[in-house]
Design a protein around this ligand. Structure first.
Ligand code: NAI
Length: 479
């Protein structure tokens, strides 16, 4: 704690650099800045205590400071051990008017290269307020929501399971943290759960977890699925990845992508951006899919569709984008060419069989530089694994650029305001934002790009059965 602000970041002296990049990012985030202007005298988040778990980047700094300018108090952690940009974290703690000696900003618990134990410690700190607990969660991937739910569940049961040898390391570390936190303060998570008005969730994987909780009748508070706003998943997941995937591969390896065979596992929104990004560099892209509709889309877009096994012998780059587990196994890596680049851009590292790779008989790991490891098999060939199998665009590079995140985060802010101010109108279910707000977010960003929007005449609007002011599509429209 310094000057009343508690925090755990790498180095507060990086704040000045962070502040400069935040200033540049603000110009590229017109949606967030428009929301600041719209609410400048209303403070709709006054009284909100937002606990946020989302990659602590420069773009997220602009999100955090938008929440603050709308009246919220905020505490923050990253949702990934490698994704924090230390200068952004420092600048948020120091705040726009503070100094490293006298910080005046927001408590942040995040640094690049946390261990798993440190990661869960940071998440716990971010959810632990002095006095009253949080009343809102802003989540990416659902770890903060899971901590509150599991904590409350174990409190009801009166016991935290010991975990067994089959549990992945991550789960064991998580259970250890819960056990310690429950010993220190029994009833803590139940209390926190009861105080929360709602959660707004950023990504596909976290949304899936929320729908599972709701279906089981276990969701403790209402949730807004931000991911499935059109201006989120059809932009961030796709065009964001189109930018940041090759950025991560380049910064990690600097291997020429042109002429190579690149395999993209999964052709959802992220897969579509990934394939386009690799093709843009001149790679021959092959897609793997389990869903015939997405597979056919890939074929129509001009990509070969294959099983991973059939394409392995020629692959130079293999990227997973599925949000599923066990997609590229150690046995697959054992069959790859020398120095094949293997990376994941889906939310969790279990898309790649990192545990199996570490256990593979005779395999050797050599660290080349942070977030780049060469794993050599007994036959002498190696694979280059990026970010230990975690989101490589945030581990090896700086994630999505500001403009696309302005779309995502505008939806986040709108969702926070909605749930914080109207939580009594919502049940413990998962909701999406109304289409009109989606169209508003798109309009702001289109204007910023100098786009001209055609206006419907009243006559035309009646003919296609929409309102002149929108929404312009029915809910089932797919874009
Ligand atoms: P999506 O559901 O649109 O796409 C996933 C695709 O993978 C689906 O088409 C599915 O049929 C396919 N798939 C599932 N299992 C497969 C398997 N075994 N082999 C081949 N294909 C398989 O999901 P979306 O929105 O594309 O997100 C994917 C992941 O990326 C999620 O974990 C999400 O949270 C994450 N994400 C990561 C971002 C980043 O910055 N790195 C940004 C946005 C999302």
């Amino acid at each position: 704690t310094r000057n009343g602000v508690d925090f755990a970041v790498a180095d507060l002296s990086l704040a000045e650099f962070g502040r400069k990049e935040i200033r540049l990012a603000e110009h590229e985030m017109p949606g967030l800045m428009a929301l600041r202007r719209e609410y400048s005298e209303v403070y709709p988040l006054r009284g909100a205590r937002v606990s946020g778990s989302l990659h602590m980047t420069v773009q997220t700094a602009v999100l955090i400071e938008t929440l603050v300018s709308l009246g919220a108090e905020v505490r923050w952690a990253s949702c990934n051990i490698f994704s924090t940009q230390d200068h952004a974290a420092a600048a948020v703690v120091v705040g726009p008017h503070g100094t490293p000696e006298e910080p005046q900003g927001v408590p942040v618990f995040a640094w690049k290269g946390e261990s798993l134990a440190e990661y869960w410690w940071c998440t716990e700190r971010m959810l632990t307020w002095n006095g009253e607990g949080p009343n809102m969660i802003l989540d990416d991937g659902g770890d903060a929501t899971m901590l509150v739910h599991k904590g409350a569940e174990f409190e009801r049961a009166g016991v935290v399971p010991p975990g067994d040898d089959n549990d992945p390391d991550e789960w064991k570390v998580f259970l250890r943290l819960l056990r310690e936190s429950l010993t220190a303060d029994s009833g803590k998570w139940t209390k926190i759960g009861e105080g929360i008005r709602g959660v707004t969730e950023e990504t596909t994987t976290g949304v899936l977890r929320l729908y599972q909780l709701a279906a089981a009748g276990e969701l403790l508070f209402p949730a807004i699925n931000v991911n499935d706003a059109v201006t989120k998943s059809k932009f961030d997941n796709r065009y964001g990845i189109r930018h940041s995937l090759v950025d991560g591969i380049n910064r990690g390896t600097d291997v020429l992508i042109g002429g190579k065979v690149a395999v993209v596992c999964g052709y959802g929104d992220v897969g579509k951006g990934a394939a386009e990004s690799l093709r843009g560099q001149g790679a021959r892209v092959v897609v793997t899919e389990i869903d015939p509709i997405c597979a056919l889309q890939a074929a129509m877009d001009g990509y070969q569709v294959k099983k991973l096994e059939s394409v392995l012998p020629e692959a130079d780059i293999v990227i997973t984008t599925t949000g599923n587990k066990d997609v590229v196994m150690a046995e697959h890596m054992a069959l790859m060419k020398h120095q094949t680049i293997v990376g994941n851009i889906g939310h969790f590292d279990n898309e790649l069989d990192m545990a199996g790779l570490a256990r593979y008989p005779g395999v050797r790991r050599e660290n080349i530089k942070p977030q780049v490891d060469e794993w050599t098999f007994p036959d002498g060939h190696s694979v280059l694994v990026l970010s230990e199998g975690r989101l490589l665009n945030l581990g090896n590079a700086t994630g999505h650029p500001s403009f696309v995140m302005s779309n995502s985060f505008s939806n986040q802010v709108i969702a926070q305001v909605e749930l914080f101010t109207k939580y009594e109108e919502y049940d413990n279910e998962v909701y999406r934002l109304p289409k009109q707000l989606d169209e508003k977010v798109a309009k702001i960003h289109l204007q910023a790009l100098g786009g001209e929007l055609t206006k419907l005449s009243k006559d035309q609007a009646e003919y296609i059965d929409v309102d002149v002011e929108g929404p312009f599509k029915p809910d089932h429209y797919r874009y």
